[in-house]
Design a protein around this ligand. Sequence first.
Ligand SMILES: [Mn+2]
Length: 378
Amino acid sequence: MKIIHFSDTHLGFNDLEILNEHNINQREADFYDAFSQVVEQIKHIEPDYIIHTGDLFHRSSPSNRAITFALEQFKIINALNIPFILIAGNHSTPRTNLSAPILKIFENFENIFVSYEQKYKKIEFKEVVFHALPHMNDETTALSQIELCEANIDTSKKNIMMMHCSVGASYLMQEFGEWVFPTNKEYIFEKMDYVALGHWHGFGHVGKHENVYYSGSTERTSLNDKRNSKGFVEIDFGSTTLVVPKSQLTIKFTEIKIRPIVQKELNCEDYENALIDTSDTKDAIVEVKLTNLTPLQSIDIQNADIKKLFPHAMSVSVKREFKLASNETNLADIEALSLEEYFLAHIKEDANDTEFERLKEKITELFALYEESADDTL
Ligand SMILES: [Mn+2]
């Protein structure tokens, strides 16, 4: 028996305000592409079951495009005749009882089994029981539902538990309404053949448990997530006719191809002669850190100049790290009336007269621009 486990696909997520050739936000399209790649692999692998552990959509009220995309993909999966079981995560669960859960739209597919009602659901097949515990807004309900799950373990079949939560406090995503699985209930994991987890966006097993895994997300919902390795898990339980002990479980992580995120550092100590390798930046999200900057350099080096160094990147963001000056000006020494004057006084200390005149013009221009955009009376 073979299962494919994936999670946190966040369909509809968008970022960076860059449009692709179809006028779709490029990052949103990246998330659709990641999902399609998993579906393509499923067609080749032909597992016995497919499971998704939550955050199918990024929002509980997804856009028309995200819903349309999901319906097209689910039609493909449904036609494979492989049962596809999915649970709701915190992103796809409405925060109030007033709105209807989006996962309900998949109820009418014969091979798709959804669990989104904030309660335990037993989804049973000939050889296996899926114990679905979707995201629950109320922790007290969650506890009684975990107990219900334990009571429903069927020792004559494989038991697979599915949840969208942080196990202990170690896998918190710092998001609203996260569910933390109670530590004193972790013993239930040992009674399961496999525990499929969603919520944490990196692949890996949990602590001492050999059969408890996060599959990770299929794309990055934050650029703070520097992982370039995203994909899905393939769990092989061996033959179902023989009683195979849990230790024979084989877990394989398969990577999909996602847009790379590349970090570069440009030491401004020798800016003119600095060489930067751009060979790995094609279509990438590039983050450049300028280090050892002096205030004077910072005026001269525009973000646009840095972006020009990476003509084939998808996006370039620039971070600036200043050199600590040996002669830090004492604030009290300058009787500056405005930030602009203070800044000019600071420049005057470091530059000669001609240089100061040249920069002064530039600074006045920049401050004028800043004041224009900061003026909220406009
Ligand atoms: Mn998520």
